[in-house]
Design a protein around this ligand. Structure first.
Ligand SMILES: NC(=O)c1ccc[n+]([C@@H]2O[C@H](COP(=O)([O-])OP(=O)(O)OC[C@H]3O[C@@H](n4cnc5c(N)ncnc54)[C@H](O)[C@@H]3O)[C@@H](O)[C@H]2O)c1
Length: 395
């Protein structure tokens, strides 16, 4: 019979929280590539979890993955000897004897929707990696499955757990900016097409979206969530693939240029409800260090957020708040807040708490649906060559 006291997921509040270890959640991992390792590392820090199953389309990959984690797991008191392996999410989820409570869906983007829907239809809760999906239609189908199932669905945006990301939202909500009307998203990578583990990010039939989905989703979430997740209305997008299609980009793997089927640069002009426009850009590769800072402009103040690495959620330096006080134009540097707990740990812990307690998902699909609608809108507008209306079907 046990309980373990640990610092709460949201450590800045310095709350303590008790993890009930009497009920252990039975977890399966779908897709055992790079990000599955980050999930595994965090699951092994949870005293109320049993990892009971894994699936991968590549024969033997899931078995190898678990073998590589065996020693670490044993040190943490986990026993992998009874873990069952499956050739895809279907066989795993069809095996009722597993009695799964939840799965981590760690597959490439094109395989986000199908396993998530399959799991939800079986009443199994889902922690789905980002980006939500590739298309808006897929995201809508996942949301419908979630609604029918009553199970928990959370989307893997770990920057949401970051103290500075939360601070951005608090600043907007404090009214210090007045009415927000214009946002520009900077950032991007000078060279950073993700190919260290093969081609799944860059092929159309696995990645589906390039920089737009991979890192654009984080940049968008940072600002969309800060301003209250407004519904998107229109998008005018442009995408290109000049670096991705150039063999010189990959001196050791020039063949990647042939299979590159996504964007390496994307930009868009997006109107959202509440009279706000978002000037969006992102890049996996460009001849520039950064496309600049992220800026949220309001009638009373504006916030400059130094260019960020996106995925790890941290701001790139102290933020600046520009306001006018009694006729004086003032600038306030905001200190970077310490982030004391690992964001990946928090992503998993907050999901497990929601599954156990039946409380709302830490990163709800209803919010990320709008993020996906914008990615989809930019991609579709870019393909059509003109602005489009964004229409989001009823869930
Ligand atoms: N949150 C983050 O910081 C972060 C970081 C990296 C990647 N990701 C996301 O995680 C996802 C996976 O990235 P990765 O680098 O691990 O990719 P990867 O290609 O290395 O691994 C994906 C694995 O899923 C397997 N797979 C695909 N469909 C499957 C199915 N239906 N059933 C079982 N296995 C299946 C593939 O065979 C592959 O082994 C991507 O969507 C990516 O955007 C998130």
């Amino acid at each position: 019979m046990g309980t373990q006291t640990s610092l709460d997921a949201f450590k800045e509040n310095q709350e303590t929280k008790t993890i009930d270890t009497n009920r252990k959640l039975r977890i399966g991992i779908i897709g055992t590539g790079w990000i599955a390792g980050a999930h595994m590392q965090s699951y092994l820090k949870q005293p109320d979890v049993e990892i009971v199953a894994a699936a991968d389309l590549i024969p033997g990959k899931a078995e190898k993955f678990f073998a590589s984690w065996k020693n670490e797991a044993e040190k943490k008191g986990f026993d992998f000897s009874a873990v069952k392996f499956y050739p895809s999410h279907k066989e795993m989820l069809d095996d009722e004897s597993l009695k799964l409570d939840a799965v981590s869906v760690c597959t490439y983007n094109r395989q986000h929707a199908e396993p998530a829907i399959y799991a939800l239809n079986k009443g199994v809760s889902v922690l789905l990696e980002k980006p939500f999906t590739v298309t808006l239609d897929e995201a809508v189908e996942v949301c419908r499955a979630e609604k029918k199932s009553g199970a928990i669905l959370s989307i893997g945006f770990q920057p949401r757990m970051d103290a500075n990301m939360k601070e951005i939202k608090r600043i907007v909500e404090s009214g210090a900016l007045g009415k927000v009307y214009y946002i520009t998203i900077g950032g991007g990578r000078r060279r950073g097409i993700p190919t260290p583990f093969g081609g799944t990010f860059i092929m159309k039939n696995t990645g589906g979206l390039g920089a737009l989905g991979d890192i654009g989703c984080y940049a968008l979430d940072m600002v969309l969530h800060a301003i209250g997740d407004p519904k998107p209305l229109t998008a005018s997008g442009y995408t290109s693939d000049f670096f991705g299609k150039d063999p010189a980009t990959y001196p050791n793997h020039p063949e990647y240029a042939d299979i590159f089927g996504v964007d390496d640069f994307a930009c868009g002009f997006v109107r959202v409800e509440g009279g706000v426009v978002i000037d969006f850009r992102t890049a996996w590769a460009m001849n520039l260090d950064t496309m600049g800072d992220t800026i949220i402009m309001g009638t009373k103040g504006s916030l400059r957020i130094p260019s960020t690495e996106c995925w790890n959620g941290s701001v790139g330096g102290p933020m600046t708040l520009y306001t006018e006080v009694a006729g004086l134009q003032t600038e306030t540097k905001l200190p970077i807040l310490p982030q004391n707990e690992d964001l990946f740990y928090l992503k998993i812990r907050t999901f497990l708490d929601a599954v156990k307690n039946g409380t709302p998902a830490p990163v709800p699909s209803s919010q990320i649906l709008y993020n996906q609608a914008i990615l989809d809108g930019i991609a579709r507008s870019a393909a059509l060559g003109h602005e489009i209306n964004i229409e989001i079907p009823e869930i």
